[in-house]
Design a protein around this ligand. Structure first.
Ligand code: TNX
Length: 481
């Protein structure tokens, strides 16, 4: 099972077997989760599995005293009960139950039983509240259906944030009614020069809804002041010389910047952050801030507080890459650390915390899912080094950055940049098997983290991914089941 639960006790001689007449009991708060689970299990088992009020053979209850995402799962010969204090907690428990069932339970066509769960009593709660994955939909665009599939896969590992990187040099991917050319023109291409794409408001709302149904919160990123060529190309008025650059379909970074001393820049951002925030149930909006190599540093320090204020004005907290910590930050800012454990990045993380910000950790040499596994990996980049499965798992979020108190860490996020990834099979290849390890670092207690034990639990996920049709990398250091 991944992530490893807080406490688990085997109940010998108490194997549960799902029978054709089984029922799924629920209270109203967990009904949607029960329906979702029943739908999945009906396909593979062929059993009717009616969902009913109150107790069932499998019972989902929100009547527990657990807080937030915590839950308990009890499986014995008579049935399975998942108890939490919230629907979210029940959902996390159901992802555990899915992993306790045979892999073939994930099949979309009818399979032969038996459908057994070894007797167990589990008590579980997360180490961190932020356990994210980032998908870059700018360098290559991914459709709503593709992102939904991505959500299906990551939510099985208790990932609870989907950071969508929605604007960059190569494309603008979210509709903004007051600046329509951002998507009409700025979203038209992608890396390599092929057709890009963008989400209409309805499509984006559908993504947010679907993520919510999987207890994943979407964190939208509008990258500023660098990584803005698509916007600058769409609107000449955003450029210092009033001339729009061409659309860009290659993969250099750091050449574009918003014009810091132009009023129109902030009118633009005010509109963009307002329209994006309106579609955001999350309490944060990410304003990027990374690699602004074409923004003079004094300008950068002027820009960040002004842009941050426009996010705060929308009732949202600011999130941004760690470079923003050089500027004064509003209360409640979340700084995303992407350093490779270098002193400059670490100093910015310390500076962030000194200002009262909290940290989400995405060390590039550990958590970047776009880094190659080894020198011959056909996809991905290697500027942060090669990131083997062991390298991505074997670190401790609490001690990664010296002089940062453990209390300042909100959690972890694994970013997937897509310069080299133009379809879902390639995305899956880079995400699996590394993401489950980052998910475990975010969820499981510090004393549960052990590469040797993790390795054998990871091996057991292989058959599950085969059933789900996931194009995972069969890393040779894992003895795949
Ligand atoms: C750096 S890490 C970037 C991205 C690239 C990525 C490729 C960060 C905040 N910015 O613009 O896509 O490297 O690995």
């Amino acid at each position: 099972m991944i992530p490893q639960p807080t406490a688990q006790q085997a109940l010998p001689e108490q194997t549960f077997t799902l029978q054709p007449d089984a029922t799924i009991g629920t209270d109203p708060a967990a009904r949607a989760i029960a329906n979702q689970f029943a739908t999945r299990l009906r396909r593979s088992t062929g059993y009717p599995l009616p969902v009913q009020d109150g107790a069932g053979t499998i019972t989902l209850s929100t009547q527990g005293s657990q807080a937030g995402e915590a839950y308990e799962l009890h499986a014995d010969a008579s049935g399975v009960t998942i108890t939490a204090g919230t629907a979210e907690g029940v959902f996390r428990g159901v992802t555990t139950l899915r992993q306790l069932l045979p892999a073939k339970a994930e099949a979309t066509t009818q399979q032969d039983g038996p459908w057994q769960v070894a007797g167990t009593s589990i008590t579980d709660a997360p180490r961190y509240g932020y356990r994210g994955v980032m998908l870059d939909v700018t360098r290559h665009f991914f459709t709503v259906d593709q992102v939904k599939h991505f959500i299906d896969l990551v939510s099985l590992y208790k990932i609870n944030r989907l950071h969508l990187h929605l604007s960059d040099d190569q494309g603008w991917r979210i509709q903004v009614d007051s600046w329509p050319r951002l998507t009409q023109y700025g979203g038209s291409l992608q890396v390599g020069g092929g057709t890009g794409g963008s989400y209409t408001k309805d499509e984006y709302a559908e993504l947010v809804r679907y993520a919510g149904e999987h207890y994943v919160t979407v964190v939208p990123e509008i990258d500023t002041p660098g990584h803005t060529n698509a916007a600058l190309a769409s609107y000449p008025e955003l450029n210092a010389d009033g001339v729009a650059p061409k659309l860009y379909t290659e993969t250099e970074v750091g050449f574009s910047t918003l014009t810091v001393d132009l009023d129109r820049t902030y009118e633009f951002l005010d509109d963009v952050f307002r329209e994006v925030a309106e579609q955001t149930p999350a309490e944060v909006v990410h304003l990027g801030g990374d690699e602004a190599h074409s923004t003079p540093h004094e300008d950068y320090l002027t820009f960040v507080p002004k842009a941050a204020q426009l996010v705060v004005k929308q009732g949202k907290r600011v999130m941004g890459w760690h470079e923003i910590a050089d500027a004064p930050l509003p209360a409640g800012t979340v700084v995303q650390y992407w350093g490779t454990e270098d002193e400059k990045a670490q100093a910015l993380a310390v500076k962030a915390v000194e200002q009262g910000a909290t940290l989400v950790l995405s060390p590039a040499n550990r958590s970047y899912l776009d880094m190659k596994y080894h020198a011959e990996t056909p996809l991905g980049l290697d500027w942060a080094g090669l990131v083997s499965v062991e390298q991505s798992y074997s670190w401790n979020p609490a001690t990664l950055i010296p002089n940062v108190p453990a209390s300042a860490i909100d959690g972890v996020e694994a970013p997937l940049w897509t310069e080299t990834l133009d379809d879902l099979a390639k995305v899956e290849f880079m995400v699996f098997p590394r993401l489950p390890g980052i998910a475990e670092l975010g969820w499981s207690a510090e004393d549960a983290l052990d590469w040797t034990a993790y390795k054998s639990r990871l091996a057991e996920q292989g058959p599950r991914w085969d059933v789900l049709g996931v194009n995972f990398y069969r890393a040779p250091e894992i003895d795949w089941a």
